[in-house]
Write a protein that binds this ligand. Sequence first.
Ligand code: MSP
Length: 520
Amino acid sequence: MPSPIFSVTTPIFYINDVPHVGHAYTAIATDMIARWHRGRGESVYFLTGTDEHGEKILRTAIANGTEPQQWVDTLVDTAWKPALSELAISHDDFIRTTDRRHVEGVKKFLDVLWKNDMIYSGVFTGHYCIGCEEYKQAADLITLPDGTLACALHAIAVETNTEENYFFRLSAFQERLLALYESRPEFIRPESLRNEMVSFVRSGLHDVSISRTTFDWGIELPWNSDHILYVWCDALLNYITAAGYLEEPELFAERWPSLHIVGKDIARFHAVLWPALLMAAEMSVPRGMFGHGWLLVDGEKMSKTKLNGIEPRGMIARFGSDAFRYCLLRSIRFGHDGNFSEDEIHQRYNSELVNGLGNLCARVTTLVEKHFAGLLPHDTFAHIDAEERRILDLCRETTREADAAVERLELHKAIERIWELIVALNAYLTATEPWRLAADPTRMKRVARILHTAVRGLGTVAVLMHPIMPAIAQRLWAAVGGKGKVGDVRLDKADNAPMGEPVHSPGTVLFPRIEIADQH
Ligand code: MSP
């Protein structure tokens, strides 16, 4: 049964890394989706958080001369929470895997699996990559020039370990997973990723080791405290422990299941292991998952290990948080890889935001102020010319199509539609030349109609842009005479939003031009 709340999640972030633009991308995209659904009038539960256990974190804490708990507290407070706030992420809840509700919730869940005989003990030998925090399959290993076995992704030597472990019976879920993918084609999106996951599961599933004994920074298994839970199982469970699994059954029934937005690198955990764990506990599987592409720098995935990570803070300082969000979501087809280039962002900023939207807003508001003291006459639309009708129709179509695109999680398409409306509004003004007509006092009714249409168009843009550029959208909305908070306007009614307050130029320009020289 679908939950009454639209519940959406980001992955929980590995706090050991400094936040980079790749992480920001996941968070911004999910934020756009959450804000869009709120804008439709839905109740939303938007969850994000931090992944704080595991050997890597323990080792860095020790290297920094601190206790792991103290270390993670510092990283969450000084790096991750501020980064999300600077990006204007509007989450409703923030889970940490060191929270009591998580640790105790995980134990409760493990008890169920144990009782259901979904876990057994065995001996395991494997090649562990500390970079991936996982045992690698033979196909994912390479041999370095000196003969050592290494992880193909990180090119660092793997550790060959033999451990007594507990295993989860993943192999028992092959058929049920395939049946799930078959009966709910939208469970894994986009389509290409779905096909990849289906063939992976078809090729056969092995049981997975879910416990470790070589370090202790994690959650102890309830029936054997010498073992701690494998960090990926620990992390996946955040989605239910945050939603109220431990001791808030009513909240939990509303918030679960969720839609998971993740990068494609972690799609397999979400599409295969996670639903299988839930099935094993006889719980509902997620509403679905979407795997987005990677941000690439010179053709390589941006990551800390590759040392090509770019921090969002510099981008925000240069372009502002809203413009950075817009450029990132606009440049990359959601679900595909995309190149991250500061020069490209800069060009888009100048061409679309400064010259496109910013200029349009300035032109319209200045003319309304100059010729009508900010207030357009009410009877403007007694007669509507074909050109005005076309623009008003376009506002309606844009609203409908952008909304449908977000429903399909084609975020880039929604933004493309909004951008096309901006282009059409600029072209409309250039064609009708209200500034020229205004020189003739007998044409003022026509001037008012043109400006009224442009104001209505900009109002539509403001409402539709709110999930992408929340602060700029508010300024634009107020400038063109929108009433109250733009975030309170129903998004699926953006073409007909309540306006009519005085129009005024937004004070300072919406997007200050950034010259190339300013960048360096
Ligand atoms: N902690 C795990 C997730 C556990 S969820 C149960 C993790 N964390 S992460 O910090 O490494 O990644 C968080 C998100 O950032 C993931 O969606 C990941 O795909 C995304 N990105 C990290 N680098 C990226 C790029 N270069 N490009 C786009 N997104 C990438 O994985």
